[in-house]
Unconditional design. Structure first.
Ligand code: HEC
Length: 189
């Protein structure tokens, strides 16, 4: 009987832990929703551009549209929305700050320990000049279609166009499943 009681309370405890973990932080849920929409739009425009005029054409769409779409997401939400990476293509726009570098490095450690890249994320309330700010980052996995412009065997004409537009481009040499970068969002509390 005693054993049964112990087992029952252990189950109750485990259930309450599981429930506690599943209770979503509303800010995380909101950030994830924005990312889902942003990623869907970016990927949709990318695929349409590739279909229309191949990868060299799609580079120009990425260059022009990705920052604009990301800006639009910031404007229509109460969040600052961006993309960043440890190995950048657009150094002018997407450079990580010290907090983001730390989080991106931590993502790499988590990946090397076997964590699923598609769910790696991190959030923290930080102080920005006396203002409490909620910050959230979510890893962006490298998919097969990304390899055309971020992979190890980029077609010469695509590479030439990237060389011309982004002279210091570091965002190549990725394999499928690598962390290409992260979405980075912040909101004043
Ligand atoms: C047609 C070529 C092309 C393809 C395919 C492509 N990208 Fe990019 N990517 C670019 C260009 C060009 C930029 C720079 C955009 C800018 O100027 O903001 C970029 C920038 C990025 C950035 C911002 C960080 C940085 O390095 O400046 C991320 C993150 C990113 N790409 C992820 C992806 C992912 C994930 C995929 C696949 C789903 C993908 N890209 C597919 C061309 C491409």
């Amino acid at each position: 009987m005693r054993k049964l009681v112990v087992a029952a309370s252990a189950i109750a405890l485990l259930t309450s832990i599981a429930v506690a973990q599943e209770t979503p932080n509303p800010n995380v849920a909101e950030a994830k929703g924005i990312i889902k929409e942003l990623f869907g739009t970016l990927k949709g425009e990318l695929e349409a551009a590739v279909k229309e005029g191949g990868h060299t054409n799609a580079i120009l769409v990425c260059k022009g549209r990705a920052p604009a779409i990301t800006d639009e997401m910031s404007k229509k939400s109460s969040w600052d929305v961006g993309r960043t990476s440890l190995k950048l293509r657009n150094t002018a726009l997407n450079k990580p700050d010290a907090w983001e570098v730390k989080v991106l490095e931590h993502f790499e450690t988590r990946k090397s320990k076997g964590e699923d890249v598609t769910t790696i994320d991190y959030s923290e309330v930080v102080d920005v000049g006396g203002q409490k700010t909620f910050r959230y980052m979510k890893a962006i996995p490298t998919q097969e279609l990304c390899l055309n412009c971020h992979g190890t065997a980029i077609k010469p004409e695509v590479a030439a166009s990237l060389d011309q537009l982004y002279p210091g481009d570091q965002a190549r040499g990725y394999n499928e499943g690598d962390i290409r970068g992260a979405f980075t969002l912040s909101k004043k509390l």
